[in-house]
Each structure stands twice: as structure tokens, then as C-alpha cells.
Design a protein around this ligand. Structure first.
Ligand code: GLN
Length: 544
């Protein structure tokens, strides 16, 4: 029987509900329970796939090809449980499905309403696909009081009514602000937020109080009294020094204990948290540091490259070094070569990440050239691999006009949509396999690696599966000239038609991948490519 933990947020947004859900799940997992985390997003987009990274941060892609909220990345990194399509739903998707049913006549003439039709869909989503699970954690996006989130709060209220107290627990995350002028912590916003929630029929069982200063016992007691919650269930959540300290800190404050207690479960022996202690130790006590230049477009937006940031840090844990990320706006390089050398010379390695559109592409290509010529470790991801191939075509294969059709019509489409460049025979093969492309290639795909390649050594395997999110591909028709220019096509799709990985055997570390390895890296299981890339950066730091 799966039990449900509903996580709501109050007072303000950005309280770290996602991290809290991920940490609680990790703690329950460390106690031997099977967990899954789900995210309910109240906005009207069907999924975040079309939302700007400026607005919404990274789009996290699952193995089964869903474009989801970046919180699912936290969930997966903290629990190691692969997220699925069925772990993220938006109001937009729910309304779309309901309206499609209504048009088909599925409601048999009934009036379709928020209650019960929308709330039923929400409840069905929460309870689908839960076989074998002990706990399903459901995070409700937004802040209590938002108009958009009302149907979700109503749905979880109904679930409590239907399933009872021993199968549902409500955790409310709030803020206890510190007023410097008065030198006091203020509990009133929390009281108001809980009042708002109870007015909707949801009495929280546990309050997680985010605060910048320690919450004294008397304030904890006051919150408990006003909010109708046991004093022990008012959990102070002081700002943590690192996200990896959060599970340990919440455990020390009794969060997992209180959650089990609220279900009426007698908490057994203490959870085994050694993996978290080890990660924190690696992060807090590095034995060196390296600086990686990331040449991209969405510079200064940590959330736009959330998983990349994390994967680089994980690569640091694997090597016991601190990884500094120096974000460099690719457009700055479009002015002239001298800028490039000045900006990139201090870097121990260079990474060109994924991206969309032409803006900044010439700067990225210039960064690839610098890395290739100066033999600085280079990692190209998705668009970064495409740029590495265009650079190779232009500067090592004599194809001066090499470009991508993503940037407009070109006579030398080294990168293009497969229907633009593949032979009739190739297209038929792919069509038979149900993967013609043209739309976004999303989710996990296998690749075969050349046995004598750098990457097969790094992976320790010649068959891999990685997640994709792209529309364009490196054009197989240019394989020969690119190979003559020193690029090795070391990873291909299983049918041998799509380039998945390129590398330069004459370079200490030069790898481009069409997929997004950062999506699968975990702090306690750093992705081999990132571990190896950071190792190469450490080597480079000894040279410069
Ligand atoms: N814009 C490129 C494409 O669609 C790369 C996408 C990416 O980097 N995620 O193929």
C-alpha cells in the first residue's frame, strides 16, 4: 500500500520545496523504503518544453522522453530513482486531457467542472503507477493562496478524506523571516499561511520552517499552538551551507522521524546516511581546485544549466577537487581573437553546453577552435558537439562554409535535420524503426561505441544509453572529410546512421556528445564523462 506525502509551500516561493521533497525522499530511502517523487505544476503550459530557460530554468528530460520541471532533476539526483513522464503533471496537461475527453463525448452529456472532473484527474495522476512503492511524495508547485493551485489543494484534501490519516500526510513549508531592525524572528507569516491552508480544508501535520537564524524553542511552541501542530512537528530548517547538507540537517531536526510518526509508523533504527556524509566531506574538504570555462548563451542563469552545474560538481567529488565554473558569454567572442585567448587561457578546461538558435554560435565555434589548437580539455554537449563538428569542418577539413541548417539555409549543412541529409535507404530504415526525427528527439537512446575509442575506455563499455533533447544531427554525409580532419566518430546510433559521439584521438581530451550526460549524473554516482573531464582539467591545471 503506497502512502502519500503532500508538500505545499507558503508565504513566498523559492523556499526550496523541491530540495526538501528530494531530501525527505532520500531519508526515507535510507531507512529502507521505496519512494517516488512527483511534481504538480499549476501553470497552464502542457509541459515546460516550450518555456524559456530565462523564465523557467532548465527543462529536465526523463528516460521515457518527457520534458519536465527541473525539480525532477533534484529528485533523481537525490534518490537515484529515474524520473518518468508520470512524475510531472501541469494544469495545462490536465485541462487538455479533460477537454479531449469532453470532445469525444466521454462525459456522456455531463457538465464538466473543476470539482469533480479536474480534481479526479489530479487524484488519478497521484495514484497511478505506484505498485511496490512505500511512499509517494507529491510536491504542489506555487504558493498556497495562488488561484492556480486551488484544484490541487482540493484534490489532496479529498485524498485525505478518502484514504485516511495513516495513508496521507501533509507537510507545509513556510518562511520565518528575521527582522533585523527588531532583532526578531517573526512567526506571523507562517500563522497566516497555515490559516489559508486550513480554510481550504487541509490541516498540515508537519511544518518545515525555513529560517536564516535558529528558531528558539518558545517560537517553535508558539507556531505549534497557533497552527494546531505538535511542537515536535514544527521542524526548523536553517539555511544549509550546501544542498548536500540538507538531508543530514533535516534528519538531525527530526523530519523523517516526524513524518513516519504522523503515519502512525514506529520509526525503526536510524537511517544509514554514510553516502551523504561522504559527499559532504568531498565537497567541504577538496584537495585542489580547477576552473572550467563554460561558453554558452544563458550566462548568469544558474537554473538554465542546473544539471550541468551539478554534474560538474559531481565530477569534482569524484576527483576530490572544487570545480569553479566560469560562465562566458559566447557572444563576447564574436568581436575578435584576442578576447578569446585572454578569456580562455586561465581555464583548465572548456565546455560548450547545449543550446538553441544561432546567437552566440560563432563564439562557441571560436572556443572549440581554441581548445583544439591549444590542446585544452574540451567537452561539447549537444549543440556543443554540433559546434565542434562545424569547427572541424571549417578549420581541419577545408569546408569554409560549414554550418547548421538551424541557423538558416546553407550550402554545407554539416548539421541538419535528418530528413534534410539522409539517403532514401537510411530514411526507410529509420522510419521502419519509428524514429524519423524532424521533431525533437527526446529521451533515452542507445549508442554503440568504437572499442578503440577514448569514450569506450571512459564508460568501460561499448553500449550506452543516454538522454537526448535535440532536433538537429551531425550530417553523416560529412563523416569522411571530418575524419580526415582528425575527428573520430566514436559513438553511433545502433543502426549506424546517426553520429552520437565525436572525439579527437590526437588531443588529450576532446569529446563531443549529441546527448545530455549531465541529466544522469548523481552526487554519489558521478557520470563517467564528467569524472573523466574533471580529471583531465586537474591534469591541465598542473601544466599551466
Ligand atoms: N539546437 C540543437 C538541436 O536542436 C541542439 C539542442 C541542444 O543543445 N539541446 O539539435
Amino acid at each position: 500500500m503506497a502512502r502519500y506525502i503532500f508538500i505545499t509551500g507558503g508565504v513566498v516561493s523559492s523556499l526550496g520545496k523541491g530540495l526538501m521533497a528530494a531530501s525527505l525522499a532520500a531519508l526515507l530511502q535510507a531507512r529502507g523504503y521505496k519512494v517516488r517523487i512527483r511534481k504538480f505544476d499549476p501553470y497552464l503550459n502542457v509541459d515546460p518544453g516550450t518555456m524559456s530557460p530565462y523564465q523557467h530554468g532548465e527543462v529536465y528530460v526523463t528516460d521515457d522522453g518527457a520534458e519536465t520541471d527541473l525539480d525532477l532533476g533534484h529528485y533523481e539526483r537525490f534518490t537515484g530513482v529515474s524520473a518518468r513522464q508520470s512524475d510531472n503533471v501541469t494544469s495545462g496537461r490536465i485541462y487538455r486531457d479533460i477537454i479531449a475527453k469532453e470532445r469525444r463525448g466521454d462525459y456522456l452529456g455531463a457538465t464538466v467542472q473543476v470539482i469533480p472532473h479536474v480534481t479526479n484527474e489530479i487524484k488519478a495522476f497521484a495514484q497511478a503507477d505506484v505498485d511496490g512503492l512505500d511512499f509517494v511524495l507529491c510536491e504542489i508547485g506555487g504558493t498556497v493562496g495562488d488561484i492556480e493551485s486551488l484544484p490541487f489543494i482540493e484534490a489532496i484534501r479529498q485524498m485525505r478524506n478518502e484514504l485516511g490519516r495513516d495513508q496521507t500526510v501533509f507537510v507545509h513549508v513556510t518562511l520565518v523571516p528575521y527582522i533585523a531592525a527588531a532583532g526578531e524572528l517573526k512567526t506571523k507569516p507562517t500563522q497566516h499561511s497555515v490559516k489559508e491552508l486550513t480554510a481550504l480544508g487541509v490541516q498540515p501535520d508537519i511544518l518545515l520552517c525555513r529560517c536564516e537564524h535558529p528558531l528558539p524553542e518558545n517560537e517553535q511552541a508558539k507556531i505549534a499552538a497557533f497552527c494546531n501542530v505538535r511542537k515536535e512537528a514544527v521542524i526548523p530548517a536553517l539555511d544549509a551551507k550546501s544542498i548536500y547538507a540538507v538531508p543530514l540537517q533535516y534528519h538531525a531536526e527530526g523530519l523523517d522521524y516526524e513524518v513516519l510518526r504522523a503515519f502512525g509508523i514506529t520509526p525503526g533504527v536510524a537511517p544509514d546516511l554514510r553516502r551523504w556524509e561522504d559527499i559532504l566531506d568531498r565537497q567541504q574538504n577538496p584537495e585542489g581546485e580547477v576552473t572550467i570555462g563554460v561558453v554558452g548563451k544563458y550566462v548568469g542563469l544558474a537554473d538554465a544549466y542546473k544539471s550541468l552545474n551539478e554534474a560538474l560538481a559531481h565530477g569534482g567529488f569524484a576527483n576530490r577537487v572544487k570545480v569553479n565554473i566560469n560562465w562566458i558569454d559566447a557572444e563576447l567572442f564574436e568581436k575578435g581573437d584576442s578576447d578569446i585567448a585572454a578569456a580562455l587561457e586561465p581555464m583548465h578546461a572548456i565546455l560548450v553546453p547545449g543550446g538553441f538558435g544561432e546567437r552566440g554560435s560563432e563564439g562557441k565555434i571560436a572556443a572549440v577552435r581554441f581548445a583544439r589548437e591549444r590542446k585544452v580539455p574540451f567537452f561539447g554537449i549537444c549543440l556543443g558537439m554540433q559546434m565542434a563538428c562545424i569547427e572541424g569542418a571549417r578549420n581541419t577539413a577545408g569546408i569554409a562554409d560549414a554550418s547548421s541548417t538551424e541557423f538558416g539555409p546553407t550550402d554545407e549543412p554539416v548539421v541538419g535535420i535528418i530528413t534534410e541529409w539522409m539517403t532514401e535507404e537510411g530514411l526507410q530504415t529509420r522510419e521502419a524503426g519509428g524514429d524519423l526525427g524532424g521533431t525533437m528527439r527526446l529521451g533515452a537512446y542507445e549508442a554503440r561505441l568504437a572499442g578503440n575509442s577514448h569514450v569506450s575506455g571512459i564508460y568501460g563499455s561499448t553500449v550506452i544509453s543516454e538522454r537526448h533533447r535535440h532536433r538537429y544531427e551531425v550530417n553523416g554525409a560529412y563523416k569522411e572529410p571530418l575524419e580526415k580532419g582528425g575527428l573520430m566518430f566514436s559513438g553511433m546510433s545502433p543502426d549506424g546512421l546517426l553520429p552520437e559521439i565525436v572525439e579527437r584521438p590526437d588531443h588529450p581530451w576532446f569529446i563531443g556528445v549529441q546527448f545530455h550526460p549531465e541529466l544522469k549524473s548523481k552526487p554519489f554516482d558521478p557520470h563517467p564523462l564528467f569524472a573523466s573531464f574533471i580529471e583531465a582539467a586537474v591534469e591541465q591545471s598542473r601544466l599551466v
